[in-house]
Design a protein around this ligand. Structure first.
Ligand code: CMP
Length: 153
């Protein structure tokens, strides 16, 4: 089992797409194991996007990501880091394949609705920015047997 950080960004919240995105993750069979709404501060943005801070687009990205509340989630599942990234599609909504979240709902590079961690190392680092260990509610859903066979874990 892996965990990943998923952020529903300000554009997702403003456009009333929170339920649509959570619904897609749930229908896939992934476990939402923590969730909170918050406003990202400039300091949190610099911590979260540390690898982008020196890039030319960073000032606009910080302004955008701190502009309005976001929803942060910890999501768990088999190969969940890759699975969620594939569900999101390419970073630029204009290039994301139809059927992916960005392909269906975004036509922007910056306002691409959802962030998800890109590796196990990023997931551990990013989850720690948003959640204390005691805020993660791991559980085994009783329906797990309807989502996959017993030898698929
Ligand atoms: P995300 O997956 O959250 O990771 C970094 C974010 O920076 C990305 O989604 C976009 O919102 C934004 N981003 C990436 N590349 C660019 C770019 N070239 N111009 C503007 N924003 C970008």
């Amino acid at each position: 089992m892996q965990k990943t950080l998923v952020l529903l960004k300000p554009d997702c919240v403003e456009r009333r797409l929170i339920g649509e995105i959570i619904g897609r993750l749930e229908r896939k069979g992934l476990n939402v194991i923590a969730m909170k709404m918050l406003r990202i501060t400039p300091a949190m943005s610099k911590q979260h996007y540390a690898e982008h801070v020196s890039k030319p687009f960073y000032p606009n990205l910080e302004e955008f990501i701190t502009s309005s509340p976001i929803v942060a989630m910890a999501v768990e599942g088999l190969e969940v880091i890759r699975v969620v990234r594939e569900m999101l599609g390419a970073t630029n909504g204009l290039k994301a394949a139809p059927g992916t979240i960005r392909g269906d709902f975004s036509s922007s590079r910056q306002m691409n609705l959802v962030h998800a961690s890109d590796s196990e190392e990023s997931a551990n680092r990013e989850l720690a920015i948003y959640f204390q260990p005691n805020e993660i509610c791991e559980y085994t859903p009783t329906l797990v047997g309807s989502f996959r066979a017993g030898d698929e874990s």
